[in-house]
Write a protein that binds this ligand. Structure first.
Ligand SMILES: [Zn+2]
Ligand SMILES: [Zn+2]
Length: 212
């Protein structure tokens, strides 16, 4: 069975998530934006063996701690899609601009593409490429528990910003409607910021994509 725990990190209170296979205790951390000691303490408390870093996109609040964590524990960095290469290259400048501790650029061990899968222990998650907020944004879908880790694509009552370089509003709407909604109304999503919701609830009431 796949389990997860979401831990808000950084001044942005970004949702980092530990996801693990409880048959093997193998764990991945999704979007370690910072506060690495806090994330590692949670992993230890849960007696998990942290094995991978998965990234939805390369904004500082999501990827700022990835390079350091990979180096400290010798972990592979999986994702995002290579459309976010320029954001990764810009991590040191992003950290200075937003007052974050120095963040290092890195080269992902593996870029992700639409239709890929990622594996942790005995559990498999499905990758969808959801550009718009950033060109290389991906989401991680776990149909076995009806959950999806969507980063900054969709929030409870809102959607991701598209006013950054290479952001694209129409791409974002298309990603949500064509790639998230088919996962089903009952699917609970874990956004990059704020509380969880379901795709069904957002389809009904989200002011940006309700009624789509
Ligand atoms: Zn973002
Ligand atoms: Zn964010």
């Amino acid at each position: 069975m796949l389990q997860y725990l979401t831990v808000p990190v950084t001044a942005f209170q970004q949702n980092a998530s530990l996801v693990w296979c409880d048959a093997t205790s193998a764990a991945a951390v999704i979007d370690p934006g910072g506060d690495l000691d806090r994330l590692l303490a949670e992993a230890e408390r849960l007696q998990l063996r942290l094995a991978q870093i998965w990234l939805t996109h390369a904004h500082i609040d999501h990827a700022g701690g990835a390079g350091e964590l990979a180096e400290r524990l010798q972990l592979p960095i999986v994702g995002p899609h290579e459309g976010d290469q320029f954001w990764i290259d810009g991590l040191p400048q992003q950290s200075a601009m937003f007052g974050f501790p120095p963040a290092q650029a890195f080269t992902p061990t593996r870029w992700l593409h639409d239709g890929d899968t990622v594996q942790i222990g005995q559990e498999t998650l499905h990758v969808r490429h959801c550009p718009g907020h950033t060109p290389g944004h991906v989401v991680f879908h776990a149909p076995q528990i009806e959950r999806c880790f969507v980063g900054d694509v969709l929030f409870a009552g809102s959607i991701g910003r598209t006013d950054f370089p290479q952001g694209n509003h129409q791409d974002l709407i298309d990603s949500i409607v064509q790639r998230l909604w088919p996962m089903g109304d009952a699917t609970v999503f874990i956004p990059g910021h704020g509380p969880e919701s379901t795709f069904g609830r957002e389809r009904r009431s989200n002011p940006y994509v309700g009624g789509t």
